[in-house]
Design a protein around this ligand. Structure first.
Ligand SMILES: CC(C)(COP(=O)(O)OP(=O)(O)OC[C@H]1O[C@@H](n2cnc3c(N)ncnc32)[C@H](O)[C@@H]1OP(=O)(O)O)[C@@H](O)C(=O)NCCC(=O)NCCS
Length: 231
């Protein structure tokens, strides 16, 4: 298997998890460093990687003679707007698909460029994952699920067979989505929620059974609210 150089875009909390996933496959990825416009003082130590500058610095990095340009992967987690902006800024970059060595991905599943599948996750038969999707730790994406571009199955989420999760949508920690339902573009399913009906685009639903608690999320611009001290 050819080993490729890899640069992580963003040096925050999610980046550390993505770095661990790449490190679990050392025959596949050689980590070069990370970009961040404003890394915290401990970012290099936390990621165990050198800071390469902001995205501009990474985009204009000279390529060593004879080698390929490094692949990129997003280390930005919860802000869809920031994730999309970073991808747009790099234009035609080569985006890596990172699968943690302790994840299971069916050979019949399709993973779009930039997708990361984290430790303990399962992506089952004939699932179709779009660009820059995240299947977070121990999430289960069942057979025939369609996960749209930039969609994110949070840690421990379970998405039932044949469900369709729209672009930019987010299923929170431990959320359950019944098989064959649709979760609309940019919708947010709260942690621990049980989705038993289709979710409208841009809706925020929570609870068991999940009910709409907000509808003011701009579709395509969803930033998932996190605990205040982590925003
Ligand atoms: C659903 C969520 C996005 C709502 O966030 P918010 O808009 O800031 O909402 P609030 O915390 O102000 O809560 C609004 C109401 O919904 C309730 N609520 C919030 N999240 C809920 C949940 N997951 N299940 C049930 N009820 C919930 C609150 O208790 C509150 O009820 P009240 O009005 O009766 O007091 C958020 O709670 C959530 O689940 N985020 C996902 C976290 C996550 O998965 N992180 C992953 C990190 S890797």
């Amino acid at each position: 298997m050819t080993r490729r150089q890899l640069i992580v875009i963003g040096g925050g909390e999610h980046a550390a998890v993505v770095v661990d996933a790449a490190r679990s496959a050392p025959d596949r990825w050689e980590l070069v460093g990370f970009s961040d416009p404003d890394p915290g003082p401990d970012a290099e130590a936390r990621l165990g990687l050198p800071w390469l500058g902001d995205d501009q610095a990474v985009a204009s990095r000279p390529v060593e003679g004879g080698s390929d340009k490094p692949s990129l992967v997003l280390g930005i987690g919860l802000s869809v707007a920031a994730r999309r902006a970073a991808v747009d800024a790099f234009g035609t970059a080569s985006w890596a698909v990172i699968v943690h060595a302790a994840a299971w991905v069916s050979p019949s599943a399709t993973l779009g460029p930039g997708t990361v599948v984290l430790a303990g996750a399962v992506v089952n038969a004939s699932a179709t994952l779009g660009r820059h999707t995240i299947v977070n730790s121990r999430a289960v994406v069942e057979h025939d699920v369609e996960l749209g571009d930039f969609a994110h199955a949070g840690p421990g989420a379970v998405i039932g067979g044949g469900a369709r999760i729209g672009d930019d949508a987010f299923i929170g920690l431990g959320g359950l989505v019944r098989d064959h339902l649709s979760v609309g573009r940019g919708a947010i399913v709260g942690m621990g929620s049980v989705v038993v009906d289709d979710v409208a685009p841009g809706a925020v639903v929570a609870g068991s059974p999940a009910r709409q608690i907000r509808s003011d999320v701009a579709v395509g611009d969803a930033a998932i609210p996190v605990a205040a001290d982590r925003a």
